[in-house]
Design a protein around this ligand. Structure first.
Ligand code: DAH
Length: 353
């Protein structure tokens, strides 16, 4: 009987060594530890043995059973370990491969240009004032001294909003320029200091809208940066000095600029500023249309009526104002020949900045 148990043990261990899968182990367990296995039948036969043999045989049978159970557990663990090692060695990681590029967001070319313009004026002591995009005719035109039948007020130029205002002659519209912010800013400051308002030095950036034919040179929406300086002894010399200095700081220390007489209802006198063409250095080229100069902004001394409408007494205060188009300036700088690129959301364009 003991020899039989030795055989059972030997056979089971031999077969276990050849089992290489989870299913084979299950099979093995049924054959060698299951209800009908030779080992279990040996247990069943214990009762028919002579009394004095029973303890020894029983002990041996139990020993075989424990050995088979622990061997099964070890074999099963070894199989799992080698499966992990196999799949690890099958996965190849080439650490010398270049990484996948991470897509970065970036600022819009107009945003970049506006930030640069604003930071030049910030260095000169100008603060940023944000005014509303939805305006009243009163602020967009009337308080800025536009005569009642000025062509800029025509339906063709403005986007009107259905909302009614309190006054019949005062429709709601999308601002056609940032200049109404001049009145809003002056009034806000004057209201805080009745009688003797402090000087003003502001830039007012933001979107403007015009109901126009979209072409390579004009969009229905675009940004402007308005400037406003009001104080007790501000002259045309301050205007010229500030804006020429801006041109040098923004376009380069050697850039020349010039002022041409112009007309705006809200300034008197009014001018336009040109800078020397940075493509041809003034010699004449297609970018400057052979003139050697590039127009970059409109400006002038704030009209006394506009100062008064803002709550600043024109007997005591004077001021200058200017307005420029950052998209136009970005176009000149980067030689972009079509303004429609700015709002077409074409990544091939945007990713260049
Ligand atoms: N608002 C003018 C426009 O949209 C630009 C402008 C010109 C603004 C002269 C000013 C200025 O403040 O003084 O064309």
């Amino acid at each position: 009987m003991l020899a039989q148990l030795d055989q059972i043990e030997q056979k089971a261990l031999d077969e276990l060594g050849t089992a290489t899968s989870e299913e084979a182990l299950q099979q093995w367990k049924v054959s060698h530890l299951g209800r009908n296995s030779p080992l279990m039948r040996a247990f069943d036969g214990l009762g028919g043995l002579p009394k004095e043999e029973r303890p020894q045989i029983g002990r041996r049978a139990n020993e075989v059973k424990r050995l088979l159970e622990t061997s099964l557990e070890e074999r099963s663990q070894a199989l799992r370990r080698s499966a992990v090692l196999q799949s690890l060695s099958a996965e190849r990681l080439d650490v010398t491969l270049p990484g996948r590029p991470v897509a970065h967001g970036r600022l819009h070319p107009t945003t970049l240009t506006m930030r640069q313009i604003i930071s030049v004026f910030a260095e000169m002591g100008f603060q940023v004032y944000r005014s509303r995009e939805v305006e009243l005719d009163e602020f967009n035109f009337q308080l800025l001294n536009f005569p009642p039948h000025h062509p800029a007020r025509e339906m063709q130029d403005s986007f009107y909003v259905d909302t009614q205002s309190e006054r019949g002659d005062n429709p709601v519209l999308l601002r056609t320029h940032t200049s109404p912010g001049q009145i809003r800013a002056m009034r806000a400051i004057a209201a805080m200091y009745p009688g003797d308002p402090p000087p003003v030095r502001l830039v007012l950036p933001g979107m403007s809208f015009r109901y126009e034919q979209v072409t390579s040179r004009s969009e229905i929406q675009f940004n402007q940066i308005e400037g406003l300086a009001v104080g007790k002894r501000i002259t045309m010399g301050d205007l010229k000095g500030t804006l020429s200095d801006f041109a040098r700081r923004f376009f380069g220390q050697n850039v020349r600029s010039r002022f041409r007489a112009s007309h705006f209802p809200f300034t008197e006198p009014s001018a336009e500023m040109d800078i020397e063409c940075f493509v041809c250095q003034g010699a004449g080229c297609p970018v400057c249309k052979r003139t050697g100069w590039l127009e970059i902004l409109g400006c002038g001394m704030v009209h006394p009526t506009v100062l008064a409408n803002g709550g600043y007494d024109p007997q005591t205060y004077t001021g200058f104002a200017f307005g420029m188009g950052p998209e136009r300036i970005a176009m000149l700088r980067h030689r972009i020949d079509d303004i429609r690129y700015f709002y077409a959301n074409d990544l091939r364009f945007l990713e260049q900045f």
